[in-house]
Design a protein around this ligand. Structure first.
Ligand SMILES: CC(C)(COP(=O)(O)OP(=O)(O)OC[C@H]1O[C@@H](n2cnc3c(N)ncnc32)[C@H](O)[C@@H]1OP(=O)(O)O)[C@@H](O)C(=O)NCCC(=O)NCCS
Length: 313
């Protein structure tokens, strides 16, 4: 019997037009370009307009992913949107996206695993493909993080940005997703959170930083071990883009040269569930990712949640 895999056959992304630089932020809160850049690696982030929602951004990214995959609305049989910033409480962002894309078959739902959302969504999508429930799944990460920011809080408002990334995960007999690994621990619920009222991100940055480095380092090692591969076989690491110091610490821990790490946090800031598909699409379009590459995706987020995906592109 031939093995059945899920494989990424299309990718697309969207970033809002407005760019907010560190210098712009220094005019709003007591901060500086140097502080933000040295502590996080961030130079700028994109900010959605007032009327632009996570559905609008997801729609634009999805059209590009579908075009690369050469699929039309009739071909999509499942949609998952990873988001913590839905346009409405319900219907879900995924159902609203289904409507925008004029997809009239299949089913759609959201996943909220904060910054790990896209990895959770890929984990679920891979299982639906291999269970032969769906053939072509649109998997999207879309976030309007700016809507959750207290623009008076310099601890958080400098870190995040808006955007969307999408992939098409399709049934394939050639190797694609090789393994997925997700986890969570709710006892950390108060270290990084958005309460209902006021609806702002609150974070104990230093604690989050330390646990993120430790967890993602361990996860990268266990992903390699589980797949019986060595680090030199990996072509690219695409980590969640929150902080370049977290990313560098993980690369060091697994002895991966920095030339093999995709870094977009400088341009995008932390776009939560959108960060990995945005980085993936950026790296694909600048020619870094090539067909046949072995790629490790890895994320960490509020909850805490974490996860990795190893895939052949
Ligand atoms: C947020 C983060 C950049 C802060 O860096 P840090 O080195 O831990 O800094 P600290 O929180 O210890 O703060 C150090 C000082 O800088 C100040 N500071 C915080 N934000 C600042 C800003 N934007 N500009 C200038 N100073 C700032 C703090 O008030 C503090 O001052 P104090 O010592 O007088 O109290 C860092 O903790 C981080 O990246 N954490 C992980 C965040 C993250 O990735 N979250 C998402 C995970 S999915």
């Amino acid at each position: 019997m031939t093995n059945l895999y899920s494989k990424i056959i299309g990718s697309g992304s969207y970033l809002p037009e407005k760019i907010l630089t560190n210098h712009d932020l220094a005019k709003i809160v007591d901060t500086s370009h140097d502080w933000i850049f040295e502590r996080t690696g961030i130079e700028q982030r994109h900010i959605a307009s007032k009327n632009e929602s996570s559905v609008d951004m997801a729609y634009k990214a999805s059209l590009k992913a579908m075009s690369m995959a050469q699929l039309s609305s009739n071909d999509i049989d499942m949609i998952i949107v990873a988001t913590s910033t839905p346009e409405r409480k319900f219907p879900s962002t995924a159902v609203l996206l289904q409507n925008s894309l004029k997809v009239e078959q299949g089913f759609a739902f959201d996943i909220n695993a904060a910054c790990t959302g896209f990895i959770y969504a890929l984990d679920v999508a891979d299982k639906y493909v291999r269970a032969k429930v769906a053939k072509n799944i649109l998997v999207v990460g879309s976030e309007k993080m700016s809507s959750l920011l207290d623009w008076k809080d310099r601890n958080t408002c400098v870190l995040f940005g808006d955007g969307a990334g999408a992939v098409i995960l399709s049934e394939s007999t050639a190797p694609g997703v090789l393994s997925t690994n997700i986890g969570s621990n709710g006892s950390y619920k108060d270290l990084l959170t958005v309460n209902i009222d006021p609806e702002f991100i609150e974070m104990k940055g230093n604690d989050v930083f330390k646990i993120a480095v430790k967890t993602m380092g361990k996860l990268a090692v266990s992903t390699l071990e589980k797949n019986n591969i060595t680090i030199d076989q990996v072509d690219w690491l695409i980590p969640h883009q929150a902080n370049s110091r977290i990313i560098n610490a993980i690369a060091k821990k697994i002895s991966l040269p920095s030339e093999k790490v995709i870094l977009t946090v400088n341009k995008h800031g932390n776009t939560s569930a959108a960060s990995i598909p945005l980085a993936f699409d950026d790296a694909y379009h600048n020619g870094s990712l090539k067909k046949g590459n072995l790629i490790m995706l890895e994320a960490f987020g509020a909850g805490f949640t974490w996860g990795s995906v190893l895939l052949k592109f």
